[in-house]
Structure formats: C-alpha cells, structure tokens
Design a protein around this ligand. Structure first.
Ligand code: ZN
Length: 512
C-alpha cells in the first residue's frame, strides 16, 4: 500500500502595535467602535498624497527577524502588490516582494502532544516582511457591504516558513510559539480573536518518496508531478489551525486514493461545520504585477532600527525555569506561556529563596530543599491557581494578591501548617478578594490550621474505629487498601484539618 505525507508551510500575519499607522500619522487603533475615525488622505489613497514609512514598524520587524534568527538585509525596499478589491483604496497594497527586511532564519520547536512524529524540529523561516493592512469589510444582512478604513494602513508583519512541518500539531505549536515571541518582544498583542494575528497554511499531500525539500524548496523526484497545494485561510484560533490542517490532510489523502486530482486553490476553514470549503482558485504571484514603489526610497533596515537588544525569549526562559527552578518541561512551558505569568512565577520563586535563606542553617540544609519547594510552588501555580483562574474566567493579571503572599501559602503547605484541602480553600478566598490578604491570617481566622496534635486525632480515630467495625475487620484481615477509607473518614470528621500522615500512623498503631 502506498504511503502519503503532507507538506505544510505557514504564513502568519501579525499586526504591530505602533502608535501610528504604517505610512501616515493616523492612530493605530483598528478595533475602535466608531468606523472610519482614524483616517486621512494617505490611508484613503487620495490623489497626490505620499506615504512616509513608520520607522518604529521597520525597527520592530528587524526585531522579529532577529528573534527568528534571520539575516537582516542591508538593502530593503517596498513594492506595490496590485489587486482590485474594495478593502484596498489604492488598488494596490504596499508590501515587500524581492527584498524583505529579514530572511533565511529558523525557529526551534519542541512538540508535546499525543504521539508527536518527532520531539523537536528546526523550522526554516523563509522571510519576514512588512506591509500595510487592508480596510475591513462589514457585510450587512441586506446584502450591502460597508467599508471601515480604521484598519487600512496598519503595519503588518508577514512571516513565512519553509514547508518544514510534518503534522497539524507541529504547525499549531509554531503558531503558539510565534505568538509568545511577538508578545515577549512587546511588538504585538497577537490576539487571534481580534485579528491581530492571522494564520494561513499551505498544505499538499504527496506520496512518500516523490519529493525532497532542499533549502526550503520542494523538489519532485523521478519526474513525478506533485499534487497542487491548497492555501487554507480563516484559521481564527490555534484549535482551528490544528483541526483545519488535519481535515485537509485527510481530504486530500482520500482524493488521491480515489485517483482524483485538484487545482491550486484557496479554501476556508468553517468552524461550525468543522470542514474546509472552496473559496477560489489561486492567482499566481505574477498576477499581482509587483513593482518597486517609486514613492518610497530603498532603505537599510539596521540603520533605521539602530541598536536592537532582544529580551529573554520564551524558549530561553523555559530553559532557565527548568534549570533554576527544577521544573518539568510541561510546567516550565505553562509558566512561560505569558510574560505576566512568568513574572509572577519568578517573583514567587525569589520570595521562596529569600524565605529559605532566612531559615536557620540546620533546617535549610535539608536534602534537595530548593528543588522540593520550587517544584511545589510550580505545581501549585500550574494545577491549582491556573485551574481556579480558568474556572472563574480570570487571568493572572486580574488577581489582587501579591506573589509574596502566594509564596507564603506555599511555605505554609511545605511546613505542614495547612493540608492540601484547606490550602486550596485559602487560595480560593485569596483569588476572590479585592485586597492582598496574608494567607496566615486567613488560616487563623478560619481555624484551618493542620491538626497534628495526637490527642485530638486519637479521639477522632477511636470514633471512626467504633463506627466502622466491618472495615476495621477487613484491614485486620490483611486488606490494607481499606485503610484509605478509614483515613478518609477521620479526615472528614476533622473537616480536613487533620494531618493525614499523623492520622495514618495512629490508625495503624491501633489496628495492629
Ligand atoms: Zn491615515
């Protein structure tokens, strides 16, 4: 039986959050409610107007290029890309064709998911170029279309990859990493729902052994004619990226198996129907009649950008979190997913380190103490705190408590001053409060401190033993797992305050 593989490349557009638009001084705020507010003669393409490039947008594109390990060209220019559509007042878009600002880069990715084809990969970045966004078309129910030019001329970076992805999961992982990179760089909010980041995929399924990829270019082998590529649009979420590509791989494979072929085309992902639908057959690049924009002189991107220093990027932060805080790969990935969450985590960790340093020498020397505490803190953020926030539809930036007080809660748990159940209740209270309240105070107010006092626990254990004679008999007969039930009953009687370790110890002593 013949085997098939997909060839997948990605094209991602990212809106830059500069103060003004790309070629005029209109405010860059495409999502305001009032249509056609941020407009002028330039972004409406009135005759006789001249575009003036936004230096910050060029500098930020250089920054994106550097973060993606690209070569920054010494000679770059803007070109006119011609096509006629109502969202394009000039009849052409100012873009970059032959001399983009950045090219020949790469990004290293780790793939974590169900059965990834490979664990890591280096994906080639073909180019990153700068262009202007188009106006927005609002289609009315009555068949009319209204044009809103607030978005017309907003700076847009297009990042194109080599066809290096082997699966939908890999493409999705790339988009997530790219979003985090531009957010870390501070050049875009990259919110897909708001259209600040738009992903498109090029997919073609081929027979195994029918092609090779050299320097990002697909070459057919043995004179085989390769299947046409399909450009997939309307991928408005990471889930849509993954599902859309998966669907397209299955659809094309089924066609090949039936002996069918297809023409090069653009398809859209229909989120309701969960399928791709034909939009149009694709124009070739030549149809755009590119030529250099005579109104804008060529430029040297690095001279305009000046000195660029990159901040710590998500992949570097992930590595450092693993090394410094002894975190698992998945915890480090979650905690560095947003800049804000990573700052919170770092603040919690540094408070815990201070707390460790302030401990008496004798206690501080316990084996692997920093590892244990960092891991405990990491898992309380990823599993408990983020779980509560997700449930309440909140973000880490919405909480009013300080990293110091979260660190204190972790210290209370570590020192067995509170058990897991009550610590979670305290955390819930902290998340719900409008003020930054000390967890120790909440603990004392509620009386949720861990009861390790053996006298109190012993009374509870005695009650449970006399109330559950059957289970007691089973434990005595050697069915050791039943002891979990008895421990649970004691915990319940103590309203979660007893130290489970002490409970088990006392129970076992009494049941011998
Ligand atoms: Zn304008």
């Amino acid at each position: 039986m013949k085997q098939y593989v997909p060839i997948i490349g990605m094209e991602v557009h990212v809106e830059l959050k500069t103060d003004s638009k790309m070629f005029c001084s209109c405010p860059n705020n495409p999502n305001i409610d009032t249509p056609n507010k941020n407009i002028c003669e330039v972004c409406l393409a009135h005759p006789g107007t001249l575009p003036v490039p936004n230096k910050k947008a060029i500098a930020w594109t250089v920054m994106v290029g550097k973060a993606l390990n690209c070569h920054i060209l010494e000679f770059s220019k803007f070109d006119r890309k011609h096509y006629f559509y109502p969202d394009l007042p000039k009849g052409y878009q100012i873009s970059q064709y032959e001399e983009p600002i950045a090219e020949h880069g790469f990004i290293e990715l780790d793939f974590v998911g169900e059965n990834p084809i490979r664990d890591t990969a280096k994906i080639g970045i073909t180019r990153a170029h700068l262009e202007e966004d188009t106006a927005r078309l609002n289609h009315g129910e009555d068949g009319s279309t209204l044009v809103d030019f607030n978005r017309s001329g907003v700076p847009l970076v297009e990042i194109v990859t080599d066809p290096d992805f082997k699966s939908a999961l890999e493409a999705k992982t790339y988009c997530q990493e790219l979003r985090n990179i531009v957010r870390y760089l501070g050049v875009s909010d990259a919110d897909m729902e708001k259209g600040q980041m738009r992903c498109e995929a090029n997919i073609s399924v081929q027979e195994v052994g029918s092609f090779e990829i050299i320097d990002g270019v697909v070459k057919p082998l043995n004179g085989i004619k390769l299947n046409n590529k399909v450009e997939l649009k309307n991928l408005n979420s990471f889930k849509a990226v993954e599902r859309g590509i998966d669907f397209e791989i299955k659809r094309q494979t089924a066609m090949i198996e039936k002996g069918e072929t297809w023409v090069q085309q653009t398809r859209g992902w229909d989120d309701n129907k969960q399928e791709t639908v034909m939009q149009r057959t694709k124009e070739n690049a030549a149809d755009y009649r590119y030529f250099p924009d005579p109104d804008i002189p060529p430029f040297h991107p690095l001279k305009i950008a000046g000195i660029i220093s990159l901040p710590e990027l998500p992949s570097q932060k992930r590595l450092r979190f693993r090394e410094e805080y002894y975190l698992s790969y998945s915890d480090a990935k979650i905690l560095t997913d947003s800049k804000e969450l990573s700052y919170f985590t770092e603040a919690v960790m540094s408070d815990l380190v201070e707390w460790l340093d302030s401990m008496p020498e004798s206690e501080n020397k316990a084996e692997n103490l920093p590892q244990k505490i960092s891991r405990l803190a990491g898992s309380w953020i990823t599993s408990k705190l983020l779980g509560i926030l997700k449930e309440k539809n909140m973000d880490i930036t919405d909480v009013k408590f300080s990293p110091e007080n979260f660190a204190e809660l972790v210290a209370l748990i570590y020192n067995n001053k509170v058990n897991g159940t009550n610590a979670l209740k305290i955390l819930l209270i902290m998340v719900g409060l409008d003020v930054d309240k000390d967890p120790t105070h909440i603990l004392e107010e509620k009386g949720w401190g861990q009861v390790s006092d053996s006298g109190q626990i012993e009374t509870l254990v005695d009650d449970v033993i006399s109330n559950y004679p059957d289970q007691v008999a089973q434990v005595k007969a050697g069915k050791d797992t039943v002891i979990k039930f008895l421990i649970g009953m004691v915990m319940k009687a103590s309203e979660g305050s007893a130290d489970p370790k002490a409970v088990e110890e006392i129970l076992r002593k009494k049941l011998v």
